[in-house]
Design a protein around this ligand. Sequence first.
Ligand code: ADP
Length: 417
Amino acid sequence: MLFFLMALSGYLFWHLYNLLRLQRWLHNADLDKLPVSRGIWGSVFDGIYRLREGSLRRRKRHNRLLKRFYKLAAALPDATVMLGEHDVIEWFNKPAQQLLGLKPSTDVGQNIGNLLRHPLFREYLEGGGGGEPVEIPSPADENVVLSVRLVSYGKNRRLLTARDVTRLHRLEQMRRDFVADVSHELRTPLTVIRGYLEAMAESSGELPREWQRSVVLMEQQTRRMERIVTDLLFLARMENGAQGRRERVDVPALIAAVHEDARALGENGHEFTLEVDPDLLVRGDHEELRSLFSNLVFNAVQYTPAGGKIGIRWWREPTGGAWFEVEDSGPGIAPQHIPRLTERFYRIDVGRSREKGGTGLGLAIVKHVMNRYRGRLEIESTVGKGSRFRCFFPGDLLLPRNEAEPSGFHLTGTISP
Ligand code: ADP
């Protein structure tokens, strides 16, 4: 019995001793001071040693990777800012200090919205980022234009990148100014030429016979050139950024006026259907909206053959926002053309467009106007069946007819529906 108790105590003591060594070793940073033991404790020490060694190796590899990533992000020529939850700045590289004016000593831990305060950026940030980047002046130097983009990654994390696009911006501005200046310069000579040609066409009886048709053709072409110049100037005005007016526009009245003009234009006797919400108004620029509606409706009239159907609709979407739609039973558009229709001077059939007096700028104007209203243009078409052009207006631009008119706005639109 005594011998048995002594053996048990010895065994217990051996276990406690090894447990103590294990505890000391685990708290000891030096992995190599592995306690030597036999039997079951030898294999426990061995197993734990291998686990610790594996995890240490993994940690070193992760650290190496992390360092490499920081070096890479720091070497990026674009400003890069890592944002954590609630868009709080966690880290940024050197170009972010130069381009965005961020300071490592004070700005880490701050909300990016408090440091980049440009309204366009704040709107972009609050809208969730993504999509097209926004262009804003640099907070560090307002002569520098930045293209800022937000990309989501992981849970509630975003990466902000900003590129210096000043050179591109200047070139773009030069191009716009050039187009606007040329259009402006052409306007007066064209008006003079058209005036003389009109006078000659009116008294064409006095002209030699071989000149009579030429004068009429010259007058038509001069009118077309004038329309191109007017459209180019309209586009240039919108492109030059000045925000259009935000007046109360009576859209139903405007649609009625455009419909009247379209009926007068279409000698082919089209069958029109109008479904218009009479109480749905928009806060916007009357001229821009008139151009948008008339371009779409006149296109439908011009490209739809005699007796075709044209539907014009204007309604409020139950989930917010409103749609303006023009549907026709015309020849339709093949799918490969649809993405390019809003490019300037893109025409499927150049001859036909010219013959109809088109400028090739109508849909470019429609797209521009929709961009200015943060809306979108959708085009659906089936060859041989017809086309549908739809414009979406965001809900915050809509006004009910009977809402008290805020001061500063005035009612426009001349023909009641
Ligand atoms: P255009 O002055 O030539 O009409 P737009 O920019 O308005 O210029 O339209 C571009 C092209 O899109 C047109 O040339 C025409 O080929 C096509 N298009 C526009 N609307 C329609 C339509 N309703 N049906 C068929 N084709 C259309």
